[in-house]
Design a protein around this ligand. Sequence first.
Ligand SMILES: [Zn+2]
Length: 419
Amino acid sequence: MTWPPTPEDFQRLRDTLVWVAAQSPYYRRQFEAAGLRPEGLQDYDEFRRRVPLTFKTELVENQRAHPPFGEFLAAPREQFGSLHTSPGPIYIPRLAEERGGTAVLVEAIAAMGVRRGEVAHVTLSYHIMPGGLRLHRAFEEYGCLVVNGGTGASRLQVEVARTWAATVYAGTPSFLAHLGDTAREMGLDPSRHLHYRVGFSTAETLTPALRRELEDTFHIELFDHCGEAQIGPLAGECRVHDGMHLHARDLFCEFLDVETGEPVEPGGTGELVATPLGPRALPLVRYAPRDVFQLLPDACPCGNPALRLRFIGQAGVIRKIKGVLVHPAQVHAVTSAFPELGRFQIVVEQGGRYDRALLRAGTVRAPAEPEALALALAERLKATVLIQMDVELVPETEIPEAAAPPRFGEAIVDRRTKA
Ligand SMILES: [Zn+2]
């Protein structure tokens, strides 16, 4: 689909809703409560105004109340092809004909310039959760020789990657960093003795600092990718490396303002709401994983017309400061480039007509030139997050642990009086 949606996109969505209303007791009840007949929906605007969001907590609670699959279920057990679990726990049955997102992963792999016959080393977990197996299948379908690394056993993984001269890495960036450390412990040079050429980085944020570190360690070209356990793969980078192209072939995606719920145009920042299209064992309608993305405004030089996204962070901790939406993850991307810095906290106060923002940056070791560091940090923040912040360096122990990534629970302290 495209964003904003076309009438054809809406048509596919309505067909799915008609099927879901007929099959899923949970959604039949929801639609009836809203006085809604999906076949009568006129356009996307009416859909957005009348169909409620589904949050992960509702899925978890409903499965707990009606074990094991809950009332979302839309197919009998005999038709399940496989069964995955995601933290919660949430049980995710899949119909045999549901491809589980491998088709769009194959496209993402092609966009990385992977060649058929290359050896791909997949290090996502193959246990319980869907990620490892899904990625494995996609690389196999693309024509790679796939090594099922999984997680852990890092010395053995280094040996296997070396023996088979794996040229493609697929997994989290932190595990790749760990493999680099392990290789060095084994007396190897990661850039010479391992042969990774391209990397599919997923399931964690690839910060600019981590990307540079991994590129230096392995001489690898990394491609950032994001997805979500319930809705599958969402977007991946092309060789331009400026945002991730939305590859929502069987997903109806909406991007909505976190405060008003209104659709956001390319150029803005919005929260993702997704409806998987077509028959599913466990259908979800307007599922909101609480992920916020920036939508890049211009066409990508690579020629792919699909919308490009940049992941900002979780919706719960985002705040509007001086009129700009700020997520602690954006600030973290800046602070993580300075090795002296650890956790931080942003204190927002009302200073007359304008907000005043103070970044209390925790230091993990005493900086050689504190004033220069504070100045460099303030400049980098102004250029990246687009607001002016005062900077104060404090020992990291003064910053609560709950402010730390990836949750950033207490990373923003809002002392403004609410109107
Ligand atoms: Zn592109």
